[in-house]
Write a protein that binds this ligand. Structure first.
Ligand SMILES: C[S@@+](CC[C@H](N)C(=O)[O-])C[C@H]1O[C@@H](n2cnc3c(N)ncnc32)[C@H](O)[C@@H]1O
Length: 411
């Protein structure tokens, strides 16, 4: 390598720093009020008392910028909250830039330190005497009561407002329900912390987290599931400072300032109506005869995996209603998952290798042979990392079966 080239290469630690900065930047996208409202309403539809008397904690939310704070402050009395705690993060590169409250646009337009602060509301009263108690009153209250903001110092290990910092963990202990859109780069750690503290949660996360080794077991054991979701699976977020970030065509809309994500969803352990709706299905023979999917229509039978005691079901709406065995279905099935209708028994992912329905483990030699058979050149085909049909790996699958009816006494 030439000296010039060498000099342009960042050092390992600089690389790590740049990587962390990039991840932090990727974490900065902001949830719309309407999406929070729709999601919360899905829980209220099933139980209007879901939030009554509860301490709600938004722990990745600048109270002066976040719509989570705005929504819960505006609906404090309607939801019957006991307390709303909101904490912001000192590491946020945009803290103090976009603000819900004009007070912070005064002066130089940027909030001065401390960026990390907690705002705790125990009540929302009609401060301006207009006959209603809403977010305008919260704004007035915060203006009049500077003591309602608590500066967060953080610790040696974590900056102020970090959800892992001792101050935030203390707030977490007080909380009953955590509601936010956390940094995706820390999603595993974030969910693990909430679970360890036994909290209820309604949070936004990347859909592919469903197969993470820390997350999938929670879904399998129905300790965590997907929320009601974004309209048509499209989630739109605002990115106040997108600067040098690049987006694929059709992702960023300049006129609205919103980015569209298709692979993002709500994760929760609060009950909502959609997860009790039964998925309407055809029988196996009806699917083979009438399926709208050309890959299935006219086939003599569903494919079986070479390495799992299960059939391959390439589409959620093609799950046969009368098959009693194990079925591999797309991850998107989780959006339709009704735990009274189905049981999740595993995944074909490499992190679920001990799965009881796995019938075959390929040797390295077989993986090499599999590659050259499929691609006509030397290489390694990691057949152990997925379901295999006729020597070909299929997409990520969740292994499910119909929930067996337990024989109960007739009433
Ligand atoms: C995806 S953004 C969402 C912001 C806000 N919750 C919303 O939905 O509009 C995630 C936020 O978490 C903040 N954050 C990043 N790391 C954090 C940490 N370790 N602890 C707390 N917040 C963090 C980021 O600064 C960012 O504002």
């Amino acid at each position: 390598m030439t000296q010039a080239k060498k000099r342009r290469m960042p050092s390992k630690s600089l690389n790590q720093g740049l990587g962390a900065a990039k991840a932090a930047k990727q974490d900065e996208f902001y949830t719309q009020y309407v999406d929070i409202q729709k999601e919360v309403e899905a829980y209220l539809e099933l139980d209007s008392e879901t939030f009554r008397g509860k301490v709600v904690y938004c722990n990745c939310d600048d109270p002066f910028e976040s719509n989570f704070f705005k929504y819960f402050a505006a609906n404090f009395n309607k939801l019957g909250l006991k307390t709303l705690i909101t904490t912001s993060y000192d590491g946020s590169p945009i803290a103090g830039q976009g603000t819900l409250f004009p007070e912070y646009d005064e002066g130089n337009g940027k909030r001065q330190k401390p960026k990390a602060l907690a705002v705790i509301l125990h009540q929302v009263k009609d401060e301006d005497g207009d006959g209603a108690a809403n977010v305008t009153d919260v704004e007035l209250f915060l203006k009049r009561n500077k003591a309602a903001r608590i500066a967060l110092k953080g610790s040696d290990k974590y900056p102020g407002g970090d959800f892992r910092s001792p101050e935030c963990v203390d707030f977490l202990k007080e909380a009953a329900i955590v509601v936010t859109n956390p940094p995706f780069s820390l999603f595993r750690e974030y969910v693990t912390q909430l679970m360890e503290h036994g909290k209820k949660l309604v949070i936004i996360g990347p859909k592919n987290a469903t197969t993470y080794k820390e997350i999938f077991p929670l879904i399998k054991e129905t300790k965590l599931w997907l929320g009601s979701g974004f309209a048509n699976g499209n989630a739109y977020f605002s990115i106040p400072d997108h600067g040098d970030r690049e987006f694929a065509d059709g992702v960023y809309d300049e006129s609205t300032g919103l980015v569209k994500f298709r692979n993002v969803g709500w994760f929760t352990n609060l009950d909502h109506g959609r997860r009790h709706q039964k998925l309407p299905l055809m029988t196996m023979s009806e699917n083979l005869k009438f399926s709208k999917h050309k890959d299935l229509k006219g086939k003599p039978a569903y494919d079986r995996y070479d390495n799992y005691d299960a059939i391959e079901v390439p589409f959620t709406d093609a799950i046969p209603s009368d098959y009693a065995g194990v079925m591999g279905v797309p991850i998107s099935f989780l959006d339709k998952y009704n735990p009274e209708q189905f049981e999740i028994v595993g995944t074909t992912e490499s992190n679920d290798r001990d799965n009881a329905y796995r019938t075959r483990v390929y040797t390295s030699q077989e993986c090499r042979e599999g590659y050259s058979r499929r691609f006509g050149k030397p290489g390694v085909y990691d057949l152990n990392a997925s379901g295999v049909v006729d020597g070909v790996k299929v997409f990520k699958r969740v292994l499910i079966r119909h929930r067996r009816r337990t024989k109960g006494k007739k009433k």
